[in-house]
Write a protein that binds this ligand. Structure first.
Ligand SMILES: [Zn+2]
Length: 312
């Protein structure tokens, strides 16, 4: 079964007028998934909220507290890009909680994969700082939760958002239980993600950055992804795969873009599922990160979710 995690609370995180990361991204995607029948074919699951203890698996408690206070005070900004409204803290707890709900279900039942259609996104969130539209690092929290709650030893986070997931990299840079792989446009926001950033100490070699120039053709991107998955990821032999599924590498994304079309995301999904089938009984929690084209995002999510559903 392919789980689809969603709650209307994700529409209530209000980033203000003209912000690219807004509720319409989900509204347009839901409408499209309903019209294509994928919404009904998925197993819809209401997420639980993450607890403060779970958020604190990767975040500083003072930071969590300050994010809550900004929301309770009516809103504000964590950095110039990262807006907080009254409902943002609650939305962020459910956003992280969606991945934990999916992870529990996959570990404890016969479910295999899942897509968490959440906002706010997470991969730029640092241990003690929200940034780049992100409040809490959903993927990182889920990875650490799988290790502490489900006693896993090897978790893969594959991040195909167009931007480098600096927060996720920072959290696991010296860690030997999480392999973090990022494919991203370069040079680009947030500035990190060079090929020479490969982890440190016991995490040495367990951060893999694959930067691409804006002009990289999609077939080169896909071929590079395939090789990296078949060599580096297969030898890591993950027990669980988390996808930081941003869709802003879509060719017409208004703030990013790397030339990929919706079908390319289907190929990335298929390759990831093949590795999951070989290594970990198909266990995947995928979560929405970026993707800002209101026309393109629904098509990309359709191909991503549809590929998981076809195989389920
Ligand atoms: Zn992005």
């Amino acid at each position: 079964m392919t789980l689809l995690l969603y709650d209307d609370i994700f529409l209530k995180h209000d980033t203000g007028p003209d912000h690219p990361e807004n509720y319409k991204r989900l509204e347009c995607t839901i409408e499209h998934l309903k019209s294509t029948g994928l919404w009904d074919r998925s197993t819809l699951v209401s997420p639980r909220a993450a607890t403060v203890e779970e958020i604190a698996l990767v975040h500083d408690r003072n930071y969590i507290d300050s994010a809550r206070k900004v929301a309770e005070g009516g809103g504000g900004h964590l950095d110039p890009d990262t807006a907080v409204s009254r409902d943002t803290y609650k939305a962020a707890l459910y956003s992280a909680g969606a991945l934990l709900t999916a992870a529990d279900s996959i570990m404890e039942k016969s479910d295999r994969n899942s897509f968490c259609m959440v906002r706010p996104p997470g991969h730029h969130a640092r241990p003690a700082q929200g940034m780049g539209f992100c409040i809490f690092n959903n993927a990182a929290i889920a990875a650490q939760y799988l290790i502490s709650r489900h006693k896993l030893d090897r978790v893969l986070i594959v991040d195909w958002d167009c931007h480098h997931g600096n927060g996720t990299q920072e959290i696991f840079y010296g860690d030997n239980q999480v392999l973090y792989v990022s494919l991203h446009r370069w040079p680009f926001y947030p500035g990190t993600g060079g090929e020479d950033e490969r982890g440190s100490g016991k995490g040495n070699g367990l951060t893999i950055n694959i930067p691409f120039t804006a002009a990289t053709p999609p077939d080169i991107y896909v071929e590079t992804f395939k090789k990296m998955m078949a060599v580096d990821v297969l030898s890591f032999n993950p027990e669980f795969i988390i996808i930081s599924a941003g869709f802003d590498a879509y060719v017409d994304d208004p703030i990013a873009g790397l030339g990929l079309g919706p079908d390319d995301f289907a190929i990335l999904t298929t390759i990831t599922m093949e590795i999951a089938n070989k290594c970990c009984e198909g266990r995947i929690v995928s979560c929405l990160e970026g993707g800002y084209s209101l026309q393109g995002l629904p098509l990309c999510v359709e191909r991503h979710l549809g590929t998981m559903l076809e195989a389920a």
